[in-house]
Design a protein around this ligand. Structure first.
Ligand code: KG4
Ligand code: ZN
Length: 344
């Protein structure tokens, strides 16, 4: 069988919306490099991401991370055909570093610049592992910064539509806050996930906005309920069954997430669900989503954990789809927008 030697454009993707400096390189739907520098350890003592620290860390990590990605892919800067960057939403100062770097590389290399939406990029990354996304699909994005249900028609040609989002805390934020009150380190998702495996979900914590007919989420009441329950135990001088609290909290979160995602797919006659964001690494979320999707006849797609968290591959993936679709590049005065709406 003869193979085509024609090669598509090499797209460099830059992600700096939060605490990960991510640089990805994608060609022909294939991930060639995914370099990451994280400032997560610098934020751990504060229990959350400190914007100024994140921005400064991006500045220091940017050029080395780009060089590392190029070296991994065996590419030279001159091989890059387009530069994509997260234009928002995210932390303003952090985004600015990525957008400024992307503009500099695009200008210096004489290649087009593509400003992309962070949430659309989280969805696009799945195409690197599982191929083109069926249209339409539902995406559930759950991380420390967002919890959204999206209707996706065509990532390169049509705006992603928001069906619902959290009205208060993001799912990952709830994990981080509950972990803190249980004396676990930041970020709180992995230790709660681990502790929950040793416990039983016996405590009936509230399911915020469950069955309210919307595709919105609320996790603030749950977090408060866990805090009150733990405080009551401590005041009574009784031991806190940490594993059972973790399992019960986790069950409340993933029950609502999966129920609403399946309901959104049903309401829109959609047969594919993609889950992304840092919380998509959660073992119970993956298991319950698989179980409920199978029962509902929905195909579930979840990228491997390393692609669920913030990274440069997702930005390169979406940029490459836009280049292939002939989307007009962004102007060189592209702003970084901390509140960038979907559909632009
Ligand atoms: O996507 P991400 O790396 O960064 C953004 O927030 O954008 O997500 C980080 C979030 C944190 O809140 C972390 O606690 C959560 O994802 N997380 C998890 C797990 N691994 C990471 N939450 C639940 N279970 C996990 N296994
Ligand atoms: Zn994210």
């Amino acid at each position: 069988m003869s193979q085509s030697t024609a090669r598509g454009p090499l797209v460099l993707g830059i992600e700096t919306s939060c605490d990960e400096t991510g640089v990805g390189l994608v060609r022909d739907g294939v991930l060639l490099a995914d370099a990451l520098a994280s400032s997560v350890d610098e934020h751990a003592r504060y229990g959350g991401v400190v914007p100024e620290i994140a921005a400064r860390a991006h500045l220091e990590a940017m050029v080395p991370t780009i060089e590392r990605a190029l070296a991994t892919a065996g590419a030279r800067p001159a091989d890059v055909d387009a530069v994509a960057v997260t234009a928002g939403p995210g932390l303003a100062g952090a985004l600015l570093v990525g957008v400024a770097a992307a503009k500099a590389y695009a200008l210096a290399l004489g290649v087009p610049l593509y400003g992309v939406h962070h949430l659309a990029a989280h969805v696009a990354v799945d195409t690197l592992e599982h191929g083109p996304l069926p249209s339409p699909s539902i995406a559930l994005l759950v991380s420390g910064g967002h919890s959204s249900l999206l209707l996706v028609e065509d990532l390169a040609r049509a705006p992603v539509v928001s069906l619902g989002a959290t009205v208060d805390d993001a799912a990952g934020e709830a994990y981080d806050k509950v972990a803190r009150l249980l004396g676990m380190p930041f970020p709180g998702g992995p230790p709660i996930d681990r502790a929950a495996r040793e416990g039983t979900a016996t405590i009936p914590f509230p399911r915020g906005k469950a069955g309210d007919g919307t595709f919105d989420f609320s996790f603030s009441g749950l977090k408060t309920a866990v805090a009150r329950w733990v405080e009551a135990r401590r005041r009574a001088g009784e031991p806190v069954p940490v594993a059972d609290v973790a399992a019960s909290f986790q069950e409340a979160v993933v029950d609502v997430l999966t129920a609403k995602a399946v309901a959104a797919a049903r309401a829109h006659g959609v047969e594919t669900l993609v889950i992304g964001g840092g919380v998509a690494a959660n073992s119970r979320l993956r298991a319950l989503a698989a179980q409920r999707c199978e029962a509902a006849g929905i195909t579930l797609r979840v990228p491997r954990p390393g692609l669920c968290t913030d990274n440069g591959a997702m930005v390169a993936a979406l940029g490459a789809l836009q280049v292939e679709a002939g989307t007009a590049p962004s102007p060189l005065d592209l702003p970084a927008s901390s509140t960038l709406p979907l559909g632009v």
